[in-house]
Design a protein around this ligand. Structure first.
Ligand SMILES: Nc1nc2c(ncn2[C@@H]2O[C@H](COP(=O)(O)OP(=O)(O)OP(=O)(O)O)[C@@H](O)[C@H]2O)c(=O)[nH]1
Ligand SMILES: [Mg+2]
Length: 427
């Protein structure tokens, strides 16, 4: 079974719900086109695809359940320990901006969502967050197919342009086109729509078959604190991601410590302290100090006080600034003195808008920090959704989280099916 068909079946509940809403008089049974379209039902035909996906899909909730049981939170830790005495308001981020961002992320005061509602809201975020990418990629593919009766060289040239402009990457785009054209001629495919479906299947199979880790869940420590180091170039969304992760895991019952290791940029500490207060987690700060020594103290504190998750925000640094890159290696070295396995995750944050430059950033950061995964931010603001494939292709690193908006709840664990659904179908 092709990918598009698989996705339509997997997410059929969305269509059914939509139809129920628009025509309430029509019964559920009448709404279903066939019994095969029931969500979650796997027939013999789609088993191979399912087994490929097993490798990719996360068992994140399960991992968290186990982790949460293994470590018993001691007490409510929703208090902020701000060490900074003289708050300095950043030029880049004044209080009004921060308050606006916070307002945008205010918690919905309504009843807690059921599991089904939560799942639906995550799907909605993927669909909305990938809006621009869908228009830039899928809609263009459809238009191209509709404007051509036959597949010719000009068709393939256009296809190539669409892939490259969606940031799939030049090499991967060329490879995909080549493989698709060979298979299309072997199968005597002449319908452009059919060819597009074949291309999409190849993109997905390629993603699944690349080497490297597929693990999208955080690598939690077996015991003691799990340390996550966040790094990346300036302004990509590191601090916001730290705040979003803090909220996510606090909501799941974990005792979280934020470490303001961006002691470089004026106002960075205050920005993180603001979020710590808003989210209700503890923070360790020491403006103008050495970030490595702050991390040393933070890990000691985390061990002594039973923190389960330590999220370390670092300063934005250009990959060509050797001094700053060395500082990152030093942070990692020092952490290991306290917790030999730390950092359990070193996540590189990449702004989806930066496209292929993000790939270059990763290959340089890798020399200083043993990167374990990628966070893609600002996916909602770009039409370059193909960057995910490019990262997988060139870095063989898993995308662990995806930023789909500015609100605190707009960070999701990366889920390939939801991503593909948002990118390719999105209803
Ligand atoms: N639309 C959108 N905006 C985001 C997302 N993630 C972060 N941002 C915005 O990006 C801007 C920069 O975010 P920061 O978290 O300050 O970035 P940073 O990497 O910590 O920046 P430096 O510390 O200066 O290097 C903020 O306005 C965020 O609200 C996202 O997923 N979507
Ligand atoms: Mg920052």
């Amino acid at each position: 079974m092709g990918l598009i068909k698989f996705l339509k079946e997997k997410f059929a509940h969305r269509k059914e719900e939509k139809e129920e809403k628009t025509s309430p008089a029509v019964s559920n049974e009448e709404n279903k086109t066939s019994s095969e379209e029931k969500p979650g039902q796997i027939n013999e035909e789609n088993k191979p695809l399912e087994s490929q996906k097993d490798e990719i899909n996360t068992s994140f909730d399960k991992t968290l359940d186990t982790t949460a049981k293994a470590i018993t939170p001691k007490e409510d830790t929703a208090q902020v320990k701000e060490v900074s005495s003289q708050p300095v308001i950043s030029e880049a981020k004044d209080k009004t901006t921060l308050n606006n961002e916070a307002e945008a992320s205010e918690k919905n005061p309504e009843e807690p969502l059921s599991d089904k509602e939560k799942e639906k809201s995550i799907e909605d975020k993927y669909v909305a967050g990938l809006d621009k990418s869908r228009v830039g990629f899928t809609e263009r593919l459809k238009k191209l197919a509709n404007s051509h009766k036959v597949i010719n060289q000009e068709y393939f040239d256009n296809l190539e342009r669409i892939l490259i402009e969606a940031d799939v990457g030049v090499n991967l785009s060329l490879e995909l086109i080549k493989e698709t054209s060979i298979e299309a001629s072997a199968k005597s495919i002449t319908d452009p729509n059919e060819l597009n479906d074949l291309l999409i299947d190849k993109m997905f199979v390629g993603y699944a078959n690349r080497g490297g880790s597929f693990q999208t869940e955080l690598n939690f420590a077996k015991e003691g604190p799990t340390v996550v180091l966040m790094c990346g170039v300036n302004g990509v969304g590191k601090t916001t991601t730290v705040a979003k992760l803090a909220k996510k895991y606090k909501d799941r019952g974990m005792k979280v410590l934020l470490v303001a290791a961006d002691t470089f940029r004026a106002g960075a500490v205050e920005q993180l302290a603001f979020w710590a207060k808003k989210v209700g987690v503890d923070i360790l700060t020491r403006p103008n100090s050495d970030p490595a020594s702050l991390c040393y103290d933070a890990l000691n504190k985390a061990k002594a006080e039973g923190y389960q998750l330590v999220l370390v925000d670092t300063a934005g640094r250009l990959q060509n600034k050797k001094g700053l890159m060395d500082e990152l290696s030093k942070i990692v070295r020092v952490m290991k003195k306290i917790i030999p396995e730390a950092p359990h995750e070193s996540l590189l944050v990449i702004d989806a808008n930066t496209g292929q430059n993000g790939i270059d950033q990763a290959s340089v950061f890798r020399d200083s920090v043993p990167l374990t995964g990628i966070v893609i931010t600002k996916m909602d603001g770009t039409s370059k959704g193909g960057i995910i494939l490019s990262i997988r292709d060139q870095l063989a690193l898993p995308v662990k989280f995806i930023g789909l908006g500015e609100k605190m709840d707009d960070l999701e664990e990366f889920d390939l099916d939801k991503y593909l659904y948002g990118l390719l179908i999105g209803e």
